[in-house]
Design a protein around this ligand. Structure first.
Ligand code: FAQ
Length: 311
């Protein structure tokens, strides 16, 4: 890339201007955005699986309607984000193929199972809670379409997190058995939720450049700390035990100290070896294959319509 163009581009970023799809941008900026927005979209799509699995088994009609709406929202977020990625010159088909053959990632969290109803509350509360902390700053990200997508997505994520907290609260305040289930969910999902923010700053390969370009607004560790600080009092409010015995308020830092997740487990999960990686990709591949007749039908219809217009 031409150094003068690069300097002018950086000046726009530094001045807080939004970069729009037709503007000049460095090839690496485009590539990083396609990777991050694409992975984000894939996460929303794959993220429907652990919760979708419980729609038929929700305990009441009200919980079922809420969960159904939430899972549909996630599908919407995925489609919205694919559109944002498409403005960068990649097609949705290409992105989908890269997800299906493992060339692109999706969030590590969705490779953990949801074993019972209490896990559904914990996912809404912890996973959507973590997603919000990550996505609120992304509303100010430098790429216009991504930033605008995040504004709408964050509004819906707030509803998701609240419904999750409400569901787990019911469990935590329920029978001793239900409370035990809530505790077990928090214990199992706490460290995987911390992993959602990515590796520790010293191992984060993309952070420095992505922050200079305002593709990311904070480091992984900054956002992880924010999540811990926000969530620990909520766990205490629920009357549950903290899942990490290393959690301790640090007066000097003004933050909770906490134990890092097992990073070898994280890298293993993102390499494809988590408890549900194989199942998740098999489900997405099956959905793609089963949907072939729909795609073919839509194409045939579109061609017929276009031909009728010409005639
Ligand atoms: N999982 O250099 P960094 C949701 C990879 S929320 C898998 O730090 P970066 C809502 C990373 O790609 C979840 N891979 O990377 C919902 C890179 O590998 P690569 C989605 C991860 O990009 C709730 C390598 O590790 N949210 O879906 C993860 O600067 C309930 C080195 O890492 C977003 O995607 C991970 N957790 O920072 C839906 C938010 N962390 O690509 C349904 C937007 C890192 O070179 C139900 N994304 N890696 O092969 C971001 O903010 C960033 O991409 C980070 C990672 C912070 C995730």
């Amino acid at each position: 890339d031409d150094p003068e163009k690069l300097a002018a581009f950086q000046a726009r970023i530094d001045a807080g201007e939004k970069i729009e799809p037709k503007d000049w941008m460095p090839a690496a900026y485009r590539k990083t955005l396609i990777r991050q927005i694409g992975q984000h979209a894939h996460s929303e799509i794959v993220g429907q699986l652990p919760e979708g699995n419980w729609i038929t088994r929700a305990p009441t009609l009200e919980r079922k309607a809420i969960l159904l709406a939430k899972v549909q929202d996630e599908a919407g977020h995925g489609l919205y984000l694919y559109c944002a990625a498409e403005t960068l010159g990649v097609s949705r088909d290409e992105l989908t193929e890269m997800l299906l053959d493992g060339r692109m990632k999706y969030s590590s969290i969705f490779n953990y199972p949801t074993l019972n109803w209490s896990d559904i509350g914990a996912v809404g509360w912890l996973v959507d809670g973590a997603a919000i902390i990550n996505q609120v700053p992304l509303q100010r990200t430098s790429f216009g379409p991504y930033s605008r997508a995040m504004i709408r997505v964050c509004k819906e994520e707030s509803f998701h997190a609240r419904q999750g907290f409400d569901a787990i609260r019911k469990m935590a305040e329920g029978t001793p058995e239900q409370k035990k289930m809530a505790q077990d969910s928090v214990n199992r999902l706490w460290f995987p939720a911390l992993m959602m923010f990515g590796p520790s700053d010293k191992d984060s390969v993309h952070s420095e450049q992505s922050m200079a370009w305002k593709i990311k607004m904070n480091t992984n560790d900054e956002l992880r700390q924010k999540f811990v600080d926000q969530t620990v009092p909520q766990i205490e409010f629920l009357g549950l035990d903290l899942p990490d015995p290393g959690t301790k308020w640090n007066e000097e830092r003004g933050h909770y100290d906490y134990t890092d997740p097992d990073w070898s487990e994280f890298f293993d999960v993102i390499k494809g070896n988590g408890p549900c990686n194989v199942d998740r990709l098999a489900a997405r591949n099956k959905a793609w294959d089963d949907g072939e007749w729909v795609r073919e039908g839509l194409m045939a219809h579109a061609k017929k319509k276009a031909a009728a217009k010409i005639a």
